[in-house]
Design a protein around this ligand. Structure first.
Ligand code: ZN
Length: 483
């Protein structure tokens, strides 16, 4: 049995999850569910990044310990998994003792490439990231994402010799040994690498920040939060000698957002090469979501939380809308109006209606007896191709071609007309069985995307006799009045 190891990024727990992260875990979930259906031995890991100065700050504001703050916030990410019906197998936190221990082991194993130096430059605690002079200047000294001044640092730090791996990383990405999807992101990171990878700082002095993993044999420094967070992808498998690590590493797909491309396509491969480990096979990089054409921000008050959508439209609508209507290879815009329009026309009118019409006609004309369902005659290669390229939007377009095709078939065949002719019983039965068969085929393709909906459709038609649903599949919503 082929193994399939898939990870998402582990979000920083400084604020509650928004729809961008919701989309990311659904994307990974679709791949995990799909690969399980192909009989792969899947391990799907998610988690949270609990350390860093910002967590320490926020905890201090609330007069609790950083661990208490991280516990509380990490739980909101854990709750989201349930809300979005995510089939993850593991949830790692960087405060898990085994992660902390293994991070220290990894540090020791990287010792040959770690040296002490002086970092002079800039840092944004909101980002927990170092920034070069040009960026700071271009932004007039204030981080536009966090609306706070960059801090000027002059620190004794440890550095990781990333520059030593420039050529190897470049070769791996160029040759697709480490495949970066989409191509635009590959080009973006290639230009970063071509301009030369610099060694980077991997620790912070303890007098500036205490909320981090201590560095072995140095009481004055803690690990830079990003450096140890990346290690989660192997510590969760029990690096270096657990059977899971031997079986599942390298990752088959790592799903991330475009803002952390450099960490995952340059620094992380450098760390792995330094450890003598194989690189992940594929890095899939999704884009960002704006809301009503504006960047989501607390200041603008336009942050959309997954629960805002799920409570009104259900989990599968969230999964469907974000994966079909936010482009898989770029940025996209979210608005409640567009979601509602898609819900009403695509889910209620097209899919919901096809199911209820089919069930109703089989019940009316054949007392619910479905008859012999023909073998599906559809070509699923384009759907499979789309999924293997992480084109979730195209895969769903493929499914919707069938949903629309089925409605068209019903409108053209007019079973209600055929039913009037006593001599056409057999023909009617064929038409109705074809309709039921199409819906079972659609349910199968929808399974990774909309697992509950797929189960409901199958439950109506799968047992030879129509079993009507207790309610409507997607009850129609009144369009919200424009304010
Ligand atoms: Zn910032």
């Amino acid at each position: 049995m082929a193994k399939f190891y898939i990870t998402t990024s582990i979000p920083y727990v400084n604020s509650e999850p928004h729809i961008g992260y919701g989309m990311e875990i659904v994307m990974a979930d679709v791949l995990a569910r799909y690969m399980r259906s192909q009989n792969a031995d899947v391990l799907f890991s998610v988690g949270t990044d609990d350390h860093g100065g910002k967590i320490e700050e926020k905890a201090a504001e609330q007069k609790i310990t950083p661990k208490e703050f991280a516990d509380r916030m990490s739980q909101t990410f854990n709750d989201l998994l349930k809300l979005l019906n995510i089939s993850s197998d593991r949830f790692i936190r960087t405060t898990d003792p085994h992660h902390e221990q293994k991070a220290q082991l990894i540090w020791k194993n990287l010792a040959k490439y770690i040296y002490k130096g002086t970092y002079i430059g800039w840092y944004c605690t909101g980002h927990e990231e170092y920034f070069p002079e040009q960026v700071v200047k271009a932004n007039n000294g204030i981080c536009p994402d966090h609306n706070r001044p960059y801090e000027q640092l002059k620190e004794e730090n440890y550095f990781f010799k990333l520059s030593a791996f420039t050529d190897e990383i470049k070769k791996a990405i160029e040759s697709d040994a480490l495949k970066i999807i989409p191509e635009t992101r590959k080009n973006e990171i290639m230009s970063v690498i071509n301009s030369g990878l610099e060694d980077f700082s991997v620790s912070r002095p303890k007098d500036k920040i205490t909320w981090g993993i201590p560095i072995p044999d140095d009481n004055d420094q803690v690990m830079y939060v990003w450096f140890e967070a990346l290690m989660n992808y192997i510590t969760v498998l029990g690096y270096p000698d657990h059977a899971d690590f031997k079986k599942y590493w390298p990752a088959d797909v790592q799903v991330i957002g475009k803002d952390i491309l450099r960490f995952h396509a340059a620094i992380w491969p450098g760390m792995l090469l330094a450890l003598g480990l194989p690189l992940p096979k594929t890095l899939y990089v999704h884009g960002h979501i704006t809301v009503d054409d504006k960047k989501m921000s607390k200041t603008l008050g336009n942050v959309v939380a997954p629960k805002d959508i799920v409570s009104k439209y259900g989990t599968d609508t969230f999964r469907y809308f974000l994966l079909r209507h936010i482009p898989s290879y770029g940025d996209g815009d979210f608005s409640m109006e567009r979601l509602e329009a898609a819900y009403n026309s695509e889910l209620a009118d097209q899919l919901g209606n096809a199911v209820s019409r089919t069930a109703a006609m089989i019940t009316r004309y054949q007392q619910g007896l479905i008859g012999d369902i023909p073998e599906p005659d559809h070509d699923i290669a384009p759907y499979q191709e789309a999924l293997s390229n992480c084109r979730f939007d195209q895969a769903l377009d493929e499914v919707w071609e069938r949903v629309k095709g089925l409605n068209q078939y019903i409108d053209e065949q007019k079973p209600w007309v055929i039913a009037k002719d006593e001599n056409e019983k057999e023909h009617l039965s064929e038409v109705l069985a074809y309709m039921a068969g199409s819906l079972i085929g659609i349910a199968d393709l929808l399974t990774p995307f909309m697992p509950e909906t797929a189960d409901k459709i199958r439950s109506v038609f799968a047992e030879g006799v129509v079993k009507p649903l207790s309610g409507t599949l997607f009850p129609k919503h009144e369009l919200a009045p424009k304010v």
